[in-house]
Design a protein around this ligand. Structure first.
Ligand code: SAH
Length: 251
């Protein structure tokens, strides 16, 4: 008997921000016709989980910023173990695996252990949600660049970002995982010179039926988020372009 089972390539796949219609055709094909085991995160909505055929094993990896059903190490080990069993492993992640998704760590871990992987991009929350709202992330005369930042730091440490660089009226800021530090983020941006009346929007469960949109400005954002009691997953977009938001979200 040879010692090691043959390993399949592991597919690390982005599922988009929530609306199942924002899955790529490739993600859909891998879910419905390729995978033998799917390791999925908390952000994957049930409509997408329901696409997984009955005979495919599903492993829930959890992962919200506070509650980890599995640690990242355990997820890495699970992917490796399943691949070494010779199974077709699909790692299904919210949005795009390479935007605050730790997809790079999974690729590195698998490579270190001799397992090949392939990453399939997904529509990241920033682009899926901004599009739906009618907010162009870049727009002639309003925003010449866009920056994706994380508002979440390790073990509750203060968010340390380049506030001066970020407080640029020509840049659109998209804050992932920013809910718990939103006051701190807004204060820092204002102190660094970004105008208090810069338009801002916070969106919970973007692109899903349960979507909540709060349109306001930079100075009022923390208060509005608290009043509306927003929960994760919530994304925040700050910048002049937010003024272009579709009327139906601008109340
Ligand atoms: N890889 C993902 C991001 C994972 S980090 C992507 O590319 O979209 C998780 C954060 O993404 C959440 O805290 C939230 O800020 C944002 N997010 C993801 N899906 C979201 C959704 N449907 N609505 C609002 N925010 C979302």
């Amino acid at each position: 008997m040879s010692g090691s089972a043959s390993t399949e390539i592991v597919h690390i796949v982005g599922a988009g921000p929530g609306d199942p219609e924002l899955l790529t055709i490739k993600a859909h094909r891998l879910i419905t016709h390729w995978a033998q085991v799917v390791v999925y995160d908390r952000l994957i909505p049930k409509e997408i989980i329901e696409l997984i055929p009955e005979n495919v094993e599903c492993i829930y990896a959890g992962k919200s910023c506070r509650q980890h059903v599995m640690t990242q190490d355990e997820i890495n080990e699970t992917l490796l173990e399943q691949a070494r069993l010779g199974k077709k492993v699909l790692r299904l992640k919210g949005g795009d695996p390479f935007v605050f998704g730790r997809g790079g760590e999974e690729v590195e871990y698998l490579a270190k252990h001799g397992v090949e992987s392939e990453v399939t991009g997904g529509i990241s929350a920033a682009s899926g949600i901004s599009s739906l709202l009618g907010v162009p992330l870049t727009h002639r005369g309003m925003a010449t660049s866009v920056r994706f930042i994380t508002g979440h730091q390790q073990k509750g440490e203060a968010v340390e970002l380049d506030w001066r660089g970020l407080a640029d009226p020509q840049t659109t800021l998209v804050v992932y995982m920013g809910l718990s530090n939103i006051r701190n983020i807004c204060n820092n941006l204002i102190c660094a010179g970004l105008a208090e009346d810069t338009p801002a929007v916070a969106v919970e469960n973007g692109t899903m039926e349960s979507q909540i949109v709060c349109f306001t400005n930079l100075a009022s954002l923390p208060e509005v988020i608290a009043e509306r009691g927003l929960n994760p997953p919530t994304i925040v977009i700050i910048g002049k372009v937010v003024s272009l938001i579709n009327d139906k979200y601008a109340n």
